[in-house]
Write a protein that binds this ligand. Structure first.
Ligand code: COA
Length: 174
């Protein structure tokens, strides 16, 4: 693959996402991690914060670039001239949703292929919303995120507590 996109919301990036990027980059010359600006999800982090955390988590990798996108993913792929979209399938339950999205993207842009990768099994149950939820409930999430992301989650939690807008409500929203 010449150029590929690994898209997501990354609210926040987890070790599972990093594992995926490390696998994807082995198969392409250039990987763009596409951070979705707008999302129906109730996010904890602004797009700028999400991008900063993604950049920090991937700074050890070459040939990886982080970009924000909005609108259709396939239009973003066309704009940056990427021929491949990378998605991870963690468990069987991901498959139907991923298949639907891949087929829809193929209808919208037949020239763009979706490639599926399997993340490491130790992260197969990790998701950003689980990490946020456990963090909000005081559980240990150090094994799922980088130290910088851990710090960002903890500060976010404290600032939410001060504004009485508990992230627990956000986490439940997705
Ligand atoms: N490790 C850890 N977590 C992982 C993971 C991995 N390897 N793979 C997936 N996840 C998590 C994600 O963090 C996310 O968790 P969350 O729901 O708790 O936030 C979840 O699994 C997957 O969510 P999903 O909604 O499938 O993906 P996403 O949020 O990562 O990204 C977009 C979705 C942005 C790619 C998609 O909405 C999109 O393309 N939007 C653009 C608009 C568009 O083109 N729409 C038409 C699509 S057909």
């Amino acid at each position: 693959m010449k150029k590929a996109i690994y898209p997501g919301t990354f609210d926040p990036i987890t070790l599972g996402h990093i594992d995926m990027v490390q696998r994807a980059v082995k198969g392409c010359e250039h990987l763009i991690v596409g951070v979705a600006r707008s999302t129906p999800k109730n996010v904890w982090f602004s797009v700028e914060e999400r991008v900063e955390l993604v950049k920090d988590a991937l700074k050890h990798l070459v040939n990886v670039e982080v970009q924000v996108f909005e609108g259709l993913l396939v239009e973003f792929a066309r704009k940056v001239d990427a021929g491949f979209l990378i998605r991870g399938v963690r468990a069987f339950s991901d498959f139907e949703y991923e298949l639907q999205m891949a087929l829809m993207n193929r209808k919208l842009a037949p020239e763009i292929e979706t490639m599926f990768l399997m993340p490491a099994e130790e992260y197969s149950y990790v998701s950003s919303s689980r990490v946020r939820e456990i963090c909000a409930l005081g559980g240990d999430i150090a094994r799922y995120v980088t130290p910088t992301t851990l710090e960002a989650l903890q500060s976010k939690l404290i600032s939410h507590q001060h504004t009485k807008d508990t992230p627990r409500r956000s986490a439940a929203g997705g």
